[in-house]
Design a protein around this ligand. Structure first.
Ligand code: ZN
Length: 344
């Protein structure tokens, strides 16, 4: 079969790899119908050192189950399924607490003999705990929005929950990528009164407004912090959603949080220390977040997508076949594309 392999920074190829096949009785074999390139795939695209044999890529996908292992019970051959960006058993202590990203028997796609999502097929371990069947056909117009449940929409929702977004709250969202835009949708969905988006790209800002952003801050660094404070009578935002992970954006997140507010971090941190520790300590700012347990959120968000109340699939601004993946990485890295949908 054909799949995406990254060999080092800037070197992404679609090439022949061994066919996906069942290994464990808890596996399902999924033929991928829709996949995506993630903003987090751009970190190795910028930084990966030469990797002999390469690294299989992709962790967001929808597909049709071709075959299941003998122990698989809740999904079956022929089901159209969405996969969260990590696989999990759904039964361990952390899964039962809704933290499937920390599953004791789970793992990531593209490593340890598990296929990546940017390919023709994937062996999905722990299929019962991982996959969610979709009540639509694979050509349904909702497919882009359903695909975002795999990662970006669930991650935006996680940012909002971590930052305690709710009715009457003022929210600040740092980052106008796909996750930041989904965070706007999530914040509006949870009843935020005011949604301040910090971003710099005209097309993304336009989409943020359509999704429910009420104020836009285009300044950067200290000036952006100043502007958010002006917009909030000098107080800052109750809920701050950090959707980038850079040091500068994380500093801004800590500085625009109101006294007693909360910061939800979902951008993968590129620095180990959390900045502004003294400020957030004395102002009782709560700091939460991490990788989103997408599996815990899919069932909650699914009805909103199916009934058209939210349209996170609008973050995709480019669609292509599997062979388009290498240029899709380049386009996202060059900010020519916001998010690329792949139809193998
Ligand atoms: Zn588990």
């Amino acid at each position: 079969m054909r799949a995406t392999v990254m060999y080092e920074a800037g070197d992404v190829r679609v090439e022949d790899v061994p066919d996906a096949r069942l290994v464990e009785p808890t596996d399902a074999l999924v033929t991928v119908t829709h996949s995506a390139i993630c903003g987090s795939d751009l970190w190795p695209y910028k930084q990966l050192e030469a990797t002999p044999g390469g690294r299989r890529m992709g962790h967001e996908f929808i597909g049709v189950i071709d075959e299941t292992g003998d122990d698989v019970r809740t999904v079956k051959k022929g089901d159209l399924v969405v996969a969260p960006f990590v696989w999990s058993d759904g039964t361990c202590v952390f899964c039962r607490e809704g933290l499937h990203t920390s599953c004791l028997h789970g793992g990531r796609y593209g490593v340890d003999g598990v296929d990546g999502g940017q390919g023709e097929a994937v062996r999905v371990p722990q299929a019962d705990g991982t996959l969610v069947s979709l009540p639509v056909g694979k050509d349904d117009a909702l497919m882009p929005s359903l695909l975002t449940l795999s990662d970006v929409m669930s991650t935006g929702h996680h940012a909002a929950l971590s930052a305690e977004v709710g009715p009457g709250k003022t929210v600040a969202i740092i980052g106008d990528g796909a996750v930041g835009l989904c965070a706007v949708i999530a914040s509006k969905r949870l009843g935020a009164e005011r949604i301040i988006m910090l971003g710099h790209h005209d097309d993304r800002i336009a989409l943020a407004k359509e999704f429910g952003a009420t104020d836009i801050v285009e300044e950067r660094g200290d000036e952006a912090v100043e502007r958010v404070r002006e917009l909030t009578d000098g107080l800052g935002a109750h809920s701050v959603l950090e959707c980038v992970g850079h040091e500068e954006s994380t500093v801004a997140a800590m500085l625009v949080a109101r006294v007693g507010g909360a910061v939800g971090r979902v951008g993968v941190p590129q620095e180990d220390p959390i900045p502004e520790g003294t400020r957030t300590f004395f102002d009782n700012v709560k700091i939460a977040g991490g990788p989103a347990p997408a599996r815990a959120y899919i069932e909650e968000l699914l009805p909103d997508v199916l009934e058209g109340r939210i349209e996170p699939g609008r973050v995709f601004d480019r669609v292509g076949p599997l062979d388009d993946v290498p240029d899709g990485y380049r386009a996202m890295n060059d900010r020519e594309a916001l998010k690329v949908l792949i139809q193998p």
